[in-house]
Design a protein around this ligand. Structure first.
Ligand code: CP
Ligand code: NVA
Length: 309
C-alpha cells in the first residue's frame, strides 16, 4: 500500500500491471469484508471532494458510499455551483481544495483539465471520466471478468462500438494484463492511433494481443467477453443522428452473440440504450453481468482510495 500513497489515477496505464493486479486483489478483499459485515475504516477523518461537470449515477453514488464505508466523507461538488463553473482557474481550485480535502475525484470533459488539476494539487486526483479515459471503470471491469471467468490472462475480449473513453481505458488495461483484445468500430470511430499503438506494445509484453477491425463478427467470434458502450457519449449529443447511422450494424444482438463462446458474458459500463448499441434480449439475458459490473465500481474504487489516500 505504501507504494501507492499520494499517487494520482488519471489513466489506467500509470499503474504497472502488477500494481493493477494488487488493486484488483485489494478490491476483492474489501468486497468480501463488506459482504461479511466487517467494518474497515482506514480513512477515518479523511475527505474526498467529488467534482462533477457531467451527469452520473454510478460514479457519484459508488464514490460517496465508498469513502463513507472506509470511514471518510465525500463532498459532492457540481461545477454548476463551484466558482470553477464561473471561470475560477483550475489551478486556483486545485490549490484551494488541497487545503481542505485529502483527495479529489473529478468527472469532466477535457482530459487536459484533469492533468492541470493534478499538476497544481498537492493531493491525489482520481479521474472519474473524461472525454478520453475512464480508468475506474476499467478496474471494475477487470474485477468483474476475473470473478466470472476465474482469470484474466488469455481471455478473449471483444469490444464492439465506439472507440471512446471507456474503450481506451478497458483496452489499455486488458492489454496490460494479457487478454486477447479485439475491437470493432465503424470507420471514423476507431481507437485513436496512440492508444492502439500503446495497447499493442503492452500486449506484446503481457502475452496478450490486439486486433483492430471494422468487422464486428470477426471481433465477436469465439469471444469470452462481449463489451459495448453507448454510441453517443456525454458531450457529443449534437452528433447523435450521424452516429446512429454510422453504428447501424454494430448492435450487440442475438445474431452477433451466437458467434461468441457458449459461456460468454455480456458487459456494458451503463447507462445503456436498449435497441441501439445492445438488444434487450442480450443485456437482459443470463449472460449479462452488467449489474455485477456496476457493483464492482464500489469495490474497485474503495481499493483505489484505500491505496492512494
Ligand atoms: N459507468 C458510469 O460511469 O456510470 P455513471 O455515468 O452513472 O457514473
Ligand atoms: N462513454 C460514455 C460513458 C458513460 C459512463 C460517456 O462518456 O458518456
Amino acid at each position: 500500500l505504501a507504494n501507492f500513497k499520494g499517487k494520482d489515477l488519471l489513466r489506467i496505464d500509470e499503474f504497472k500491471p502488477e500494481e493493477l493486479l494488487y488493486l484488483l486483489d485489494l478490491a476483492n478483499r474489501l468486497k468480501q469484508n463488506q459482504k461479511s459485515g466487517q467494518v474497515y475504516q482506514p480513512l477515518k477523518g479523511k475527505t474526498l471532494g467529488m467534482i462533477f461537470s457531467k451527469s452520473s449515477t454510478r460514479t457519484r453514488v459508488s464514490f460517496e458510499v465508498g469513502i463513507y464505508q472506509l470511514g471518510g466523507l465525500g463532498l459532492f461538488l457540481s461545477d454548476k455551483d463551484l466558482q470553477l463553473g464561473r471561470g475560477e482557474p483550475i489551478s486556483d481550485t486545485a490549490k484551494v481544495l488541497s487545503r481542505y480535502v485529502d483527495a479529489i475525484m473529478i468527472r469532466t470533459h477535457a482530459h487536459e483539465d484533469v492533468e492541470e488539476l493534478a499538476r497544481h494539487a498537492t493531493i491525489p486526483i482520481i479521474n472519474g471520466l473524461t472525454d478520453r479515459f475512464h480508468p475506474c471503470q476499467a478496474l471494475a471491469d477487470l474485477l468483474t471478468i476475473k470473478e466470472h471467468k476465474g482469470k484474466l490472462q488469455g481471455i478473449k475480449l471483444a469490444y464492439v462500438g465506439d472507440g471512446n473513453n471507456v474503450a481506451n481505458s478497458l483496452i489499455l488495461a486488458a492489454a496490460m494484463l494479457g487478454l486477447h483484445v479485439r475491437i470493432a468500430t465503424p470507420q471514423g470511430y476507431e481507437l485513436s492511433s496512440d492508444i492502439a499503438e500503446l495497447a499493442a506494445s503492452y500486449a506484446e509484453k503481457s502475452g496478450g494481443s490486439l486486433l483492430v477491425t471494422n468487422n464486428p463478427q470477426l471481433a465477436a467470434s469465439d469471444a469470452d467477453v462481449i463489451y459495448t458502450d453507448v454510441w453517443t457519449s456525454m458531450g457529443y449529443e449534437a452528433e447523435n443522428e450521424v452516429r446512429l447511422q454510422a453504428f447501424a450494424g454494430y448492435q450487440i444482438n442475438e445474431a452477433l452473440v451466437k458467434l461468441a463462446a457458449p459461456d460468454y458474458i455480456f458487459m456494458h459500463c451503463l447507462p445503456a440504450h436498449r435497441g441501439e448499441e445492445v438488444a434487450a434480449e442480450v443485456i437482459d439475458s443470463i449472460h449479462s453481468v452488467v449489474f455485477d459490473q456496476a457493483e464492482n465500481r464500489l469495490h474497485a474504487q474503495k481499493a483505489v482510495m484505500n491505496a492512494v489516500m
